[in-house]
Design a protein around this ligand. Structure first.
Ligand SMILES: Cc1cc2nc3c(=O)[nH]c(=O)nc-3n(C[C@H](O)[C@H](O)[C@H](O)COP(=O)(O)OP(=O)(O)OC[C@H]3O[C@@H](n4cnc5c(N)ncnc54)[C@H](O)[C@@H]3O)c2cc1C
Length: 444
């Protein structure tokens, strides 16, 4: 591991990406005395994606970041998920953990499972950053990271932020349009197509490959919650070569997602234009002809629809999670498909572990860290997180394949349905799986 000759105070932490993990990490770092600065490539906060489910492990991190209460109680308040029910396409019950298990999550794990729109989640996080005086520079797309070993690096173009540090090593991050920010540490929270990851892998002498298409596409929508689905629950209906998943959101709305197999698809989160919505609804209803009524009702009443190709990446070797003063967390390190609902939750766990490993950095107890010491911390982080995140990515991919059963024979479908029935009957295994996922990253 390279040792820097001159230690510096790691005051300014540049966070690349203000999706989910970036702003949550910024809030945690601020509490530990650091000076986080967030950059985000999009120009303005928009209506992002459809929805997301936060589970107890991620919600515990949100609690420490100071936003769990707002996420839960609003306004608007978020319904707490009470059940998890799975059905065949025609509505025959296959099984699932009922309210005796899910309803007990707050007591057992400290936090419940909730579903909410991504737009609301991002609004809560960005507003909290603003209240804490954490800058989020929008329209700032990372292009390059240069070592600035003697602290004399100069910026080209507009300077968003000018921290002198204390000499010694630092990093000069440069945007595509020529702006620069000098930081003591850079954390890549820039998601599936992370530029930070490209740069770190290159610094290690490798070439970052493109993410892998998993052969599954999700066509999703937001709609008013049908009367028959008012008990807040995660629900999945399994059909031939496709499955529909839904959960309740705030404001009496629900989200549904139709998962199906396809040879090729872009990752892009393409919202169906308003003028095409009625046609898209009709086409989608044709795909679920004969399915249970609530599924058809959700699709028929959709107010927004979106298609997303699902991608992930193979595991990143521990040494490639970091280089010098830079490290990756969240999807930048381990992008996953959504089939176990853990992508963001695992990214939040990364954020907590990173902040837990870093020493306090505030006026009262100044702490200096060399690049070598930082690499030691980043190595510990990657060593803790690589195993669990790899397992989640693999489980999610397997779960996605199970949902869309690409083998078209009726036998394959029956086998899948039998597997699901058996899975939900093994209460001990189920409890073990929840414990493994939700006991981390700390007890509340
Ligand atoms: C359909 C779908 C449903 C999902 N549902 C769930 C769920 O229910 N629960 C769950 O836990 N996970 C879910 N996930 C996964 C979850 O969305 C991701 O794991 C999560 O968003 C990762 O958070 P992140 O902050 O690491 O990255 P992101 O949320 O992707 O944020 C990255 C940010 O970086 C910005 N950025 C990118 N490049 C640059 C650059 N060069 N410079 C500056 N900024 C940049 C981007 O604009 C973006 O704002 C789902 C994923 C999909 C596709």
């Amino acid at each position: 591991m390279a040792m820097s000759p001159s230690p510096i105070k790691p005051a300014t932490v540049l966070i690349v990406g203000a999706g989910i993990v970036g702003p949550a990490l910024a809030l945690l770092l601020k509490q530990k005395g650091y000076h986080p600065v967030v950059v985000e490539k999009v120009r303005e906060r928009g209506d992002v994606g459809v929805a997301i489910s936060l589970q107890p492990n991620g919600m515990k991190v949100m609690h420490l970041a100071g936003v769990a209460s707002e996420l839960l109680h609003g306004p608007p308040s978020t319904p707490v998920t009470q059940r998890w029910d799975e059905f065949t396409d025609t509505g025959e019950f296959l099984g699932g953990p009922g309210s005796e298990l899910l309803g007990g999550f707050p007591e057992k794990y400290g936090m419940p499972v909730i579903g909410l729109t991504r737009t609301r989640l991002q609004t809560v996080l960005w507003d909290a950053c603003q209240r804490k005086g954490i800058p989020i520079h929008t329209g700032w797309r990372l292009a390059r990271l240069d070592d600035d070993d003697n602290g004399t690096g100069s910026s080209s173009g507009d300077k968003d932020h000018d921290d002198d540090g204390e000499g010694g090593g630092a990093i000069m991050a440069r945007s595509e349009d020529g702006r620069s920010i000098r930081a003591d540490m850079v954390i890549g929270c820039d998601g599936l197509k992370s530029r930070t990851r490209d740069l770190l892998v290159e610094k290690r002498g490798g070439t970052n490959k493109d993410p892998d298409f998993t052969g599954v596409v999700v066509l999703g929508g937001a709609c008013p919650t049908p009367k028959s689905l008012e008990t807040p629950a995660i629900r999945i209906w399994y059909g031939q070569e496709m499955a529909v998943i839904s959960h309740c959101l705030e404001d009496g709305m629900s989200v549904w997602g139709l998962n199906y197999g396809r040879e090729k698809a872009a990752e892009s989160w393409r919202t169906v234009p308003a003028e095409e919505l009625a046609d898209e609804v009709t086409k989608t209803l044709a795909l679920v002809d004969g399915w249970a009524e609530p599924v058809r009702e959700m699709i028929a009443t959709s107010r927004k629809m979106m298609t997303i190709g699902l991608y992930d990446r193979p595991e990143l070797p521990v040494e490639q999670w970091y280089h010098g003063r830079c490290v990756l967390v969240g999807d930048a390190a381990h992008p996953t498909t959504p089939h176990v609902g853990q992508g963001a939750n695992q990214g939040l766990e990364d954020a907590w572990h990173l902040v837990d490993l870093l020493p306090r950095c505030d006026e009262l107890s100044p702490k200096t860290l060399s690049a070598g010491e930082l690499e030691g911390i980043f190595h510990q982080l990657a060593s803790i997180r690589q195993g669990p995140t790899t397992m989640m990515v693999q489980q999610a991919r397997a779960q996605g394949e199970l949902r869309v059963v690409k083998d078209k024979s009726p036998d394959a479908r029956k086998k899948r349905d039998d597997l699901i029935r058996a899975k939900w009957q093994d209460v001990g295994a189920l409890q073990g799986m929840f414990d493994m996922m939700y006991n981390g990253p700390f007890r509340l």
